[in-house]
Ligand binder design. Sequence first.
Ligand SMILES: N[C@@H](CCC(=O)N[C@@H](CS)C(=O)NCC(=O)O)C(=O)O
Length: 214
Amino acid sequence: MEPLVLHVDGFWVSPYVFSVFVCLREKGLPFETRLVNLHEKAQKTPDYKAKSLTARVPLLEHGAFQLSESSAIVEYLEDTFAPPRYTPTLPAAPRDRARARQIMAWIRSDLMPIREERSTNSFFYGRKVEPLSPAGLAAADKLLAAANALIPDGRTSLFGDFSIADADLAMMLMRLVGNGHPVPAKISDFVAAQWRRPSVREFVERERAPYVPY
Ligand SMILES: N[C@@H](CCC(=O)N[C@@H](CS)C(=O)NCC(=O)O)C(=O)O
Protein backbone atom coordinates (compact mmCIF):
# COMPACT_ATOMS: atom_id res chain seq x y z
CA MET A 1 0.00 0.00 0.00
CA GLU A 2 1.23 3.52 -0.77
CA PRO A 3 2.12 5.36 2.45
CA LEU A 4 -0.40 7.67 4.07
CA VAL A 5 0.82 10.86 5.76
CA LEU A 6 -1.50 13.21 7.64
CA HIS A 7 -0.31 16.76 8.27
CA VAL A 8 -1.79 18.03 11.55
CA ASP A 9 -1.68 21.27 13.52
CA GLY A 10 1.02 21.42 16.17
CA PHE A 11 -1.41 21.54 19.10
CA TRP A 12 -3.84 18.91 17.84
CA VAL A 13 -6.84 21.21 18.23
CA SER A 14 -8.08 21.42 14.63
CA PRO A 15 -11.60 19.94 14.32
CA TYR A 16 -10.84 19.30 10.64
CA VAL A 17 -7.69 17.35 11.42
CA PHE A 18 -9.78 15.48 14.01
CA SER A 19 -12.27 14.28 11.32
CA VAL A 20 -9.53 12.85 9.14
CA PHE A 21 -7.60 11.34 12.05
CA VAL A 22 -10.75 9.55 13.28
CA CYS A 23 -11.55 8.35 9.75
CA LEU A 24 -8.07 6.86 9.29
CA ARG A 25 -8.19 5.17 12.69
CA GLU A 26 -11.70 3.81 12.23
CA LYS A 27 -10.57 2.26 8.95
CA GLY A 28 -7.55 0.74 10.65
CA LEU A 29 -5.16 2.35 8.16
CA PRO A 30 -1.50 2.78 9.08
CA PHE A 31 -0.40 6.41 8.71
CA GLU A 32 2.27 8.82 9.82
CA THR A 33 1.58 12.28 11.17
CA ARG A 34 3.62 15.44 10.56
CA LEU A 35 3.19 18.55 12.67
CA VAL A 36 2.55 21.88 10.98
CA ASN A 37 3.13 24.66 13.50
CA LEU A 38 0.48 27.17 12.51
CA HIS A 39 1.65 29.63 15.20
CA GLU A 40 4.98 29.76 13.35
CA LYS A 41 3.22 30.09 9.97
CA ALA A 42 4.64 26.76 8.83
CA GLN A 43 1.62 26.41 6.53
CA LYS A 44 2.92 29.37 4.50
CA THR A 45 6.32 27.90 3.67
CA PRO A 46 6.98 27.17 -0.02
CA ASP A 47 7.47 23.47 0.76
CA TYR A 48 4.09 23.13 2.42
CA LYS A 49 2.28 25.31 -0.12
CA ALA A 50 3.69 23.15 -2.89
CA LYS A 51 1.83 20.23 -1.33
CA SER A 52 -1.33 21.92 -0.12
CA LEU A 53 -3.35 24.07 -2.52
CA THR A 54 -5.13 25.68 0.44
CA ALA A 55 -2.06 26.09 2.72
CA ARG A 56 -4.07 24.72 5.64
CA VAL A 57 -4.30 21.58 7.73
CA PRO A 58 -5.30 18.85 7.33
CA LEU A 59 -3.37 17.69 4.30
CA LEU A 60 -3.33 14.03 3.36
CA GLU A 61 -0.57 12.53 1.27
CA HIS A 62 -1.26 9.13 -0.23
CA GLY A 63 1.82 8.22 -2.18
CA ALA A 64 2.27 11.06 -4.68
CA PHE A 65 -1.35 12.25 -4.28
CA GLN A 66 -1.92 15.27 -2.06
CA LEU A 67 -5.35 16.40 -0.89
CA SER A 68 -6.63 19.22 1.34
CA GLU A 69 -10.13 19.91 2.76
CA SER A 70 -11.17 17.50 5.45
CA SER A 71 -14.52 16.41 4.03
CA ALA A 72 -12.93 15.77 0.61
CA ILE A 73 -10.26 13.70 2.38
CA VAL A 74 -12.87 11.67 4.27
CA GLU A 75 -14.72 10.99 1.00
CA TYR A 76 -11.47 10.02 -0.72
CA LEU A 77 -10.61 7.59 2.08
CA GLU A 78 -14.11 6.16 2.01
CA ASP A 79 -13.88 5.58 -1.77
CA THR A 80 -10.32 4.29 -1.75
CA PHE A 81 -10.56 2.11 1.36
CA ALA A 82 -14.14 1.06 0.84
CA PRO A 83 -16.22 -1.50 2.73
CA PRO A 84 -16.47 -4.44 3.08
CA ARG A 85 -12.68 -4.71 3.26
CA TYR A 86 -12.43 -1.54 5.35
CA THR A 87 -14.77 -0.21 8.02
CA PRO A 88 -17.24 2.31 6.57
CA THR A 89 -17.08 5.84 7.93
CA LEU A 90 -20.05 7.17 5.96
CA PRO A 91 -23.50 5.57 5.81
CA ALA A 92 -24.23 3.32 2.81
CA ALA A 93 -27.89 4.24 2.26
CA PRO A 94 -28.12 7.22 -0.13
CA ARG A 95 -30.38 9.32 2.08
CA ASP A 96 -28.35 8.70 5.23
CA ARG A 97 -25.15 9.38 3.29
CA ALA A 98 -26.62 12.61 1.95
CA ARG A 99 -27.67 13.60 5.48
CA ALA A 100 -24.18 12.85 6.80
CA ARG A 101 -22.67 15.01 4.05
CA GLN A 102 -25.18 17.75 4.83
CA ILE A 103 -24.16 17.76 8.50
CA MET A 104 -20.46 17.77 7.62
CA ALA A 105 -20.89 20.65 5.16
CA TRP A 106 -23.10 22.64 7.56
CA ILE A 107 -20.71 22.30 10.46
CA ARG A 108 -17.90 23.62 8.27
CA SER A 109 -19.83 26.58 6.89
CA ASP A 110 -22.24 27.89 9.57
CA LEU A 111 -22.33 28.59 13.33
CA MET A 112 -19.38 30.97 13.07
CA PRO A 113 -20.05 32.69 16.44
CA ILE A 114 -19.68 29.34 18.23
CA ARG A 115 -16.55 28.52 16.29
CA GLU A 116 -15.07 31.91 17.20
CA GLU A 117 -16.23 32.22 20.82
CA ARG A 118 -15.77 28.54 21.71
CA SER A 119 -12.67 27.50 19.82
CA THR A 120 -11.64 23.92 20.44
CA ASN A 121 -8.55 24.98 22.39
CA SER A 122 -10.94 26.08 25.19
CA PHE A 123 -11.75 22.50 26.17
CA PHE A 124 -8.52 20.88 25.03
CA TYR A 125 -6.51 23.29 27.17
CA GLY A 126 -9.10 24.18 29.83
CA ARG A 127 -8.96 27.84 28.82
CA LYS A 128 -11.53 30.09 30.53
CA VAL A 129 -14.11 31.56 28.14
CA GLU A 130 -16.29 34.68 28.24
CA PRO A 131 -20.08 34.29 28.26
CA LEU A 132 -21.50 33.81 24.77
CA SER A 133 -22.52 36.98 22.91
CA PRO A 134 -26.12 37.31 21.67
CA ALA A 135 -24.93 36.01 18.29
CA GLY A 136 -23.19 33.11 20.07
CA LEU A 137 -26.36 32.29 22.00
CA ALA A 138 -28.44 32.37 18.82
CA ALA A 139 -25.95 30.03 17.10
CA ALA A 140 -26.00 27.71 20.14
CA ASP A 141 -29.81 27.55 19.99
CA LYS A 142 -29.64 26.78 16.28
CA LEU A 143 -27.06 24.02 16.81
CA LEU A 144 -28.97 22.45 19.70
CA ALA A 145 -32.28 22.51 17.81
CA ALA A 146 -30.64 20.78 14.82
CA ALA A 147 -28.87 18.23 17.03
CA ASN A 148 -32.11 17.48 18.84
CA ALA A 149 -33.87 16.88 15.52
CA LEU A 150 -31.00 14.82 14.07
CA ILE A 151 -30.22 12.49 17.01
CA PRO A 152 -32.89 9.78 17.18
CA ASP A 153 -34.54 9.46 20.60
CA GLY A 154 -32.92 6.80 22.76
CA ARG A 155 -29.85 6.56 20.49
CA THR A 156 -26.31 7.87 20.72
CA SER A 157 -25.44 7.79 17.03
CA LEU A 158 -27.08 9.45 14.06
CA PHE A 159 -27.46 6.51 11.68
CA GLY A 160 -27.06 3.34 13.76
CA ASP A 161 -23.49 2.64 12.70
CA PHE A 162 -20.80 5.22 13.43
CA SER A 163 -20.03 7.79 10.75
CA ILE A 164 -17.73 10.81 10.60
CA ALA A 165 -20.85 12.99 10.84
CA ASP A 166 -21.24 11.64 14.43
CA ALA A 167 -17.71 12.68 15.31
CA ASP A 168 -18.06 16.08 13.61
CA LEU A 169 -21.37 16.84 15.31
CA ALA A 170 -19.99 15.74 18.70
CA MET A 171 -16.93 17.99 18.25
CA MET A 172 -19.17 20.97 17.44
CA LEU A 173 -21.44 20.20 20.42
CA MET A 174 -18.41 19.81 22.69
CA ARG A 175 -17.69 23.50 22.14
CA LEU A 176 -20.85 24.03 24.24
CA VAL A 177 -20.87 20.95 26.50
CA GLY A 178 -17.15 21.23 27.28
CA ASN A 179 -17.66 24.83 28.40
CA GLY A 180 -20.60 24.17 30.71
CA HIS A 181 -23.42 25.27 28.39
CA PRO A 182 -26.64 23.51 29.49
CA VAL A 183 -27.88 20.97 26.92
CA PRO A 184 -30.66 18.36 26.99
CA ALA A 185 -29.69 14.88 28.27
CA LYS A 186 -30.14 13.37 24.79
CA ILE A 187 -27.41 15.66 23.49
CA SER A 188 -24.99 15.22 26.39
CA ASP A 189 -25.47 11.43 26.12
CA PHE A 190 -24.68 11.60 22.41
CA VAL A 191 -21.51 13.63 22.99
CA ALA A 192 -20.38 11.38 25.85
CA ALA A 193 -20.89 8.24 23.73
CA GLN A 194 -18.91 9.69 20.82
CA TRP A 195 -16.17 10.85 23.21
CA ARG A 196 -15.80 7.25 24.43
CA ARG A 197 -14.90 5.87 20.99
CA PRO A 198 -11.27 4.72 20.97
CA SER A 199 -10.47 6.69 17.77
CA VAL A 200 -11.90 9.87 19.31
CA ARG A 201 -10.24 9.28 22.67
CA GLU A 202 -6.88 8.82 21.04
CA PHE A 203 -7.17 12.29 19.51
CA VAL A 204 -8.76 13.98 22.52
CA GLU A 205 -6.52 12.49 25.20
CA ARG A 206 -3.18 12.91 23.51
CA GLU A 207 -0.45 14.92 25.17
CA ARG A 208 -0.31 18.45 23.77
CA ALA A 209 2.52 20.97 23.68
CA PRO A 210 1.88 24.14 25.74
CA TYR A 211 -0.51 26.27 23.72
CA VAL A 212 0.72 29.37 21.91
CA PRO A 213 -2.14 31.57 20.65
CA TYR A 214 -2.05 32.37 16.92
N1 LIG B 1 -12.46 23.71 5.30
C1 LIG B 1 -11.13 23.29 5.74
C2 LIG B 1 -10.75 24.12 6.95
C3 LIG B 1 -9.29 23.91 7.35
C4 LIG B 1 -8.83 24.95 8.34
O1 LIG B 1 -9.50 25.97 8.58
N2 LIG B 1 -7.66 24.69 8.95
C5 LIG B 1 -7.09 25.64 9.85
C6 LIG B 1 -6.77 24.96 11.19
S1 LIG B 1 -8.27 24.50 12.02
C7 LIG B 1 -5.78 26.16 9.27
O2 LIG B 1 -5.02 25.43 8.66
N3 LIG B 1 -5.54 27.45 9.52
C8 LIG B 1 -4.31 28.09 9.11
C9 LIG B 1 -4.52 29.09 7.99
O3 LIG B 1 -5.65 29.20 7.45
O4 LIG B 1 -3.54 29.77 7.64
C10 LIG B 1 -11.15 21.79 6.06
O5 LIG B 1 -12.23 21.27 6.34
O6 LIG B 1 -10.09 21.13 5.99
